[in-house]
Design a protein. Structure first.
Length: 441
């Protein structure tokens, strides 16, 4: 099927831009001929080209089988260019006229919405449309968990283009008292990035709304729905349905804003929320399933046509797909080399420390045994002097006066490491003080 997906702006990273990129990539994997038509290209257009997705800045294209649009500007323009081609509109927000479906009857044959909140708004329009309710698609392969959230939270990621001003200050003051570190990605911070996986992986909590929340959930992180528009708190399986129906806008649970509630919510943090979130995404927001539903809609709207795929076109698509996979594999191999070397060094260090800890244990057992020997007179004093000399030698090493600490026995030498020396010496000194008290008693 030949599909043209139109969007006015394809520059900054945002919800509708990410949706277009995700859907186009999935349609391409299904073997469809997909082109994204944009009026204002930019950063996102370059990302699409890197993923072998065709970008067009004019409508000098072969007639498609169906047209998809995301805003009124390109919807009217493509309808004028191809008035006989079936047309579906993807509604991403009821807030802006730009993203409201065309009011002129007959321009679009169906409108796709991804929340009940949007659906209710569209049903109130004077122009009646066929409404198809789907769910936001998430690229679960790219947005996958990397490690787990800490048992006690340390880092918070503020993700999205809206959180700023007083709500942001309230959150940082309420949670900052717990020693949390904050990082923000989005328009308010002057930073935006499509590659947010590492930023999410570094965080224990992700705060945001709408698609940012879904991205955090897909990466297996506890997600806190909080924004200038409202706050619903932690995403959990118990409240997921209500939040999803509200488009994760923060207005589903009718919770009044209360800064003290932020402190209470933080105490309810549980890293296992991230595990439950990932499962919710896999069950309800898999991009592959969404693309299949869009294809079903397109097939329903469009007249049956002969296959647009030829053997040579399919071979070209498969070679391009294989090249993308090989490129990813090559990049992973290049990155894996230094990581494997660091892992080997870490394993060697762990083995070395285990050996030293075992030697320390044997040293403590020997000293404990010597201290337990009943002694009197000069023999007792000799034990004291020898143990004191050994402790003094270790203390000089601890202060940097000697490169190594050695406790010599016939045919045996024990080296004290800087890492555990303080712990060992503290134990030895406690044993000596206990023996002194016993002798004096």
């Amino acid at each position: 099927m030949r599909i043209v997906l139109g969007t006015y702006q394809f520059d900054t990273v945002g919800g509708s831009e990410t949706y277009a990129l995700t859907l186009a990539e999935q349609l391409l994997k299904l073997g469809h001929d997909i082109t994204i038509y944009v009026k204002i290209p930019g950063k996102m257009a370059e990302v699409a080209r890197e993923r072998e997705i065709r970008i067009a800045t004019d409508l000098k294209l072969a007639m498609p089988d169906i047209v998809l649009s995301q805003d009124g500007i390109v919807a009217y323009e493509m309808s004028a260019r191809w008035p006989e081609v079936p047309h579906a509109f993807i509604c991403h927000s009821p807030l802006f006229e730009l993203q409201t479906p065309p009011a002129v009857p007959g321009v679009v044959g169906a409108v796709v919405v991804m929340s009940e909140r949007f659906e209710n708004r569209l049903r109130a329009l004077a122009t009646k449309h066929r409404i198809v309710r789907l769910r936001q698609p998430i690229d679960v392969d790219r947005l996958a968990p990397s490690g787990a959230a800490r048992k006690e939270p340390r880092k918070v990621l503020l993700l999205g283009n809206y959180l700023q001003g007083e709500p942001k200050r309230f959150l940082m003051e309420a949670w900052g008292g717990a020693g949390l570190e904050f990082r923000q990605i989005g328009t308010p911070a002057g930073t935006s990035s499509l590659d947010i996986v590492q930023a999410i992986a570094d965080a224990d909590i992700v705060v945001g709304k709408a698609r940012a929340i879904l991205d955090a959930m897909s990466c297996g992180r506890p997600a806190y729905l909080y924004d200038v528009f409202g706050t619903d708190g932690w995403v959990t399986p118990q409240v997921y349905d209500a939040m999803e129906a509200d488009a994760f806008a923060g207005l589903a649970l009718s919770r009044p804003f209360d800064p003290t509630q932020l402190v209470t919510d933080l105490k309810a943090y549980d890293p296992l929320m991230g595990v439950a979130n990932r499962k919710l995404i896999m069950m309800n927001h898999h991009a592959r399933i969404h693309a299949q539903e869009i294809v079903d809609l397109c097939s329903d709207l469009a007249k049956p046509t002969a296959s647009r795929t030829t053997p040579k076109l399919e071979l070209s698509r498969l070679v391009a797909s294989n090249w993308r996979s090989e490129s990813k594999l090559l990049s992973a191999r290049i990155a894996f080399g230094p990581m494997a070397e660091r892992a080997k060094k870490a394993e060697d260090e762990v083995s070395r420390l285990r050996d030293r800890n075992e030697r320390y244990r044997r040293t403590i057992e020997r000293l404990t045994g010597e201290l337990s020997i009943p002694t009197v007179g000069e023999e007792r004093n000799e034990v004291r002097r020898r143990l004191a000399a050994e402790v003094e030698q270790d203390l000089r090493t601890d202060r940097g006066q000697s490169s190594d600490s050695a406790i010599d026995e016939p045919g045996r030498r024990i080296l004290m490491s800087q890492i555990n020396r303080r712990v060992v010496m503290a134990k030895v000194k406690r044993l000596i003080r206990r023996q002194y008290r016993r002798l004096r008693g």
